[in-house]
Design a protein around this ligand. Structure first.
Ligand SMILES: Nc1ncnc2c1ncn2[C@@H]1O[C@H](COP(=O)(O)OP(=O)(O)O)[C@@H](O)[C@H]1O
Ligand SMILES: [Mg+2]
Length: 384
């Protein structure tokens, strides 16, 4: 197993840009993060002295920039193993590209532990740092809370507040089965709940973009979690990056490699050139709105080639109110406002403009979504 530090020392040119960005900024790490990085570097004794020097300066950099001895709870690794019944299937909550997440039953509380395997790629460790740094700084009702962390010999865990209704994805798509660790059944989300989720995620993004100057980089339904009241919490900050605005809240697009994000949600400038800005988050949010109210996948190879992307699928109809009922999630039945949805689709259409500079900023998007949510749902619509 090669450690992060030795990897960097052996091949400094190979360090992905993204990794260095992830360890930049004012973030902090827990007290065991230092040990975590030392444990990763098992081959350091075979390195020539100048590699060791590189390794040491990297460690000092980490110590200075990130360590916060007081942040959150530091769980013993045995608490994570016991709380998840040794990562048993009955505790499994979900999995993204980073790692598996398990419900963790502590003696007096419940958490959700995302497990990071030390043997994984350098990029994974960078995601671990990015997530920890952003969530230590963030404080918003629509952003998931990081409770603590744990560092074992071969694995580490980030522990979040547990979301009993799991990922929004589970409630929208019949093709995605929730993990056994969830305690609630999935249910069809009604118009009001979907609108509340749309507004909540918009609030989270306004906070990220204007409050803590952070770009999420992977907005999608699978990264929105639901608490017991179906209040949405934005999660998965492994790709998050800080930005610097120039004026009036405008941040210049910058190239970030490797390209992060999810097919169908990724802005065209990100997909083609690796360019990232708050406007690329706004594009993904527009796709998120389309998925939330149509119940369709953002990228679906089962659709004809020209309509694999949800934006292409909707383009012919998204400004024609009379077609709205044809694309609305059938699970909503007749219980929605055609005017409200039309207004919401216009907002999503602006968010997914091919030109990043033409997309509205998140504060305006949030207001438009609020206005769409205010349309009353007619008592009785004629059956479709
Ligand atoms: N706090 C939580 N409570 C309940 N389920 C969670 C929680 N965090 C994550 N999950 C589940 O695990 C999945 C993967 O989590 P995520 O943070 O997106 O990890 P990744 O970085 O691997 O994509 C989510 O889609 C969700 O189903
Ligand atoms: Mg995820």
């Amino acid at each position: 197993m090669k450690g992060i530090a030795s990897k960097i020392a052996q091949d400094p040119e190979q360090l992905p840009t993204d990794s260095s960005e992830s360890i930049d900024g004012e973030g902090k790490l827990g007290n065991n993060a230092y040990r975590y990085y030392i444990e990763l570097s098992e081959d350091r004794e075979q390195c020539p002295w100048f590699f060791v020097l590189g390794y040491l300066s990297f460690l000092i950099f980490l110590v200075i920039r990130f360590i916060d001895l007081s942040y959150g709870v530091t769980y013993g690794w045995s608490e994570i193993v016991n709380g998840t019944e040794n990562f048993g299937s009955t505790h499994f909550l979900g999995e993204g590209h980073f790692g598996k997440v398990y419900r963790c039953d502590f003696p007096t509380s419940v958490g959700a532990a995302k497990i990071h395997d030390h043997g994984n790629q350098l990029g994974d460790a960078a995601e671990f740092l990015a997530e920890m740094r952003t969530l230590q700084e963030a404080n918003h009702p629509n952003v998931i809370k990081l409770i603590g962390k744990s560092f074992g010999q071969k694995k580490s865990a980030l522990v979040y507040e547990f979301m009993p209704n799991g990922s929004l994805n589970y409630h929208l798509s019949a093709f995605v089965s929730p993990g056994l660790g969830l305690q609630q059944k999935t249910r069809v989300l009604d118009w009001k709940t979907r609108m509340r989720i749309a507004v909540g995620v918009a609030e989270a993004l306004v906070y990220l973009h204007t409050g803590i100057k952070t770009i999420h980089r992977d907005i999608k339904v699978a990264n929105v979690l639901l608490d017991e009241d179906f209040t949405p919490k934005l999660a998965d900050f492994g790709s998050a990056a800080k930005f610097v605005e120039i004026e009036d809240g405008v941040d210049p697009p910058r190239r970030m490699n490797p390209v992060k994000g999810t097919l169908g949600y990724k802005a065209p400038e990100t997909e083609k050139f690796g360019l990232v800005s708050t406007k690329s988050d706004i594009y993904s949010y527009g796709v998120f709105l389309f998925v939330l109210f149509t119940g369709r996948q953002a990228y679906d190879l089962k659709r004809p080639a020209a309509t694999v992307r949800i934006t292409d699928w909707l383009r012919p109809v998204w400004s024609k109110e009379e077609f709205i009922p044809r694309v609305t999630d059938p699970a909503l039945g007749n219980n929605y406002s055609v005017e409200g949805l039309n207004s919401l689709f216009q907002t999503a259409r602006m968010c997914t403009d091919a030109h990043a500079s033409s997309r509205p900023q998140m504060v305006f998007v949030k207001e438009m979504v609020r206005q769409a949510a205010a349309f009353p749902v007619p008592e009785l619509l004629p059956a479709r």
